[in-house]
Design a binder for this molecule. Structure first.
Ligand code: GH3
Ligand code: MG
Ligand code: MG
Ligand code: MG
Length: 318
């Protein structure tokens, strides 16, 4: 990003980044005003579909960070703004989701004060000119590795091992956050909570074995994930029970959405090594109507699920 004097050049910084791109898990965001350099990089990388993004301003940087969860490391030219990036760093560190973003500040020679201000504002480290490409390479590499490890630990904490869906812990963390945000929105965003339980799953295990049961659970999870898309939050809450927090759907539309889920399971069998098996689901669906009511709404959905089971399964009760 910093193209002028010093014992390194923009090109060296870029080639250090290029060497890291084998691992596509961690996206890198470059923030600086040297637009010519940034666009040259973009052109070079554009052909290769690497998760690299460039931004010239703080607002552009925030937009990238909001839109692309793969970004794990940010390289920030501290001279990109009058305040040495302090406002951007502060804004980033305020967001819970961006607490673990690794931030490397780049400082011009003779700007030690700015470097310290950058560290105070939230940069993990500041590299001050002059530095060699090798040094930059080593430092960047370390941050990318840390970002990978953090991501790995986060996945272990919030994902379900069998299906890869979010787990119960994450559902109960993220659910109330989404409820609060939806209530704070103007106008408020309607939410509904669906509890989805496989019908007679024990029989399937008893007839075909636990391994096949696992295989079916993975396929069910994959379908639910696809149905939830990026709008709705889906998690495996336990055994053969899944939760879905539906955003932006009033109860009647949520009902239609859940009916479609129910119907698709009844109509489309799951391909397994023991042949095509039809697995139906029952759904209890409750409207969410209070910020601090996540647990209570889940209980309501659970009671409705119980009714769905007693009324013959493969149906939605709301
Ligand atoms: P219902 O329609 O009333 O929900 O009947 P069900 O048989 O699905 O419900 P029940 O609660 O009686 O049994 C749930 C079964 O789910 C029992 C258990 O063996 C199975 N199960 C739970 N977790 C797993 C898992 O991780 N893998 C497999 N293969 N089976 C699981
Ligand atoms: Mg049960
Ligand atoms: Mg069941
Ligand atoms: Mg169950």
């Amino acid at each position: 990003i910093v193209e002028k004097a010093g014992s390194y050049a923009c090109e060296d910084v870029f080639s250090a980044i290029l060497r890291l791109l084998d691992n596509r898990e961690v996206g890198i965001l470059l923030v600086g005003e040297k637009s010519a350099a940034c666009s040259r990089l973009a052109i070079r990388l554009g052909h290769q579909m690497h998760p690299i993004a460039t931004a010239e301003s703080a607002s552009e940087a925030m937009a990238h960070l909001d839109a692309d969860a793969r970004i794990g490391v940010m390289v920030l030219d501290l001279a990109h703004s009058e305040d040495g990036g302090a406002a951007l760093l502060g804004q980033i560190r305020e967001r819970s989701k961006l607490q673990t973003l690794r931030i490397i500040g780049l400082g011009a020679a003779g700007t030690k004060d700015q470097a310290i201000a950058g560290l105070k504002a939230g940069a993990d480290e500041v590299i001050v000119e002059p530095f060699t490409p090798e040094e930059f390479d080593l430092r960047l590499n370390r941050h990318v590795r840390t970002a990978q490890q953090t991501r790995c630990l986060r996945d272990l904490a919030e994902r379900d091992f069998l299906t890869g869906l979010y787990n119960r812990r994450h559902f109960f963390d993220e659910g109330p956050r989404r409820v609060a945000a939806a209530h704070a929105a103007v106008p408020p965003i309607p939410l509904a909570l669906a509890l989805i339980d496989l019908d007679h799953f024990k029989r399937l295990n008893d007839s075909y074995g636990h391994d096949l049961g696992d295989q079916v659970l993975r396929e069910v999870a994959s379908r639910l994930k696809q149905q939830a898309g990026t709008t709705h939050l889906v998690a495996r809450l336990g055994g053969e029970e899944f939760g879905m927090l539906l955003s932006g759907l009033p109860l009647q539309e949520a009902r239609t959405f859940c009916d479609a889920i129910c119907q698709s399971f009844a109509e489309i069998p799951i391909a397994t090594e023991c042949g095509a098996l039809t697995v139906t689901v029952s759904i209890g669906l409750a409207k969410i109507d209070g910020v601090a009511m996540f647990d209570r709404n889940l209980n309501a959905a659970d009671r409705l699920l119980y009714i769905a089971k007693h009324q013959g399964r493969s149906q939605v009760i709301c």
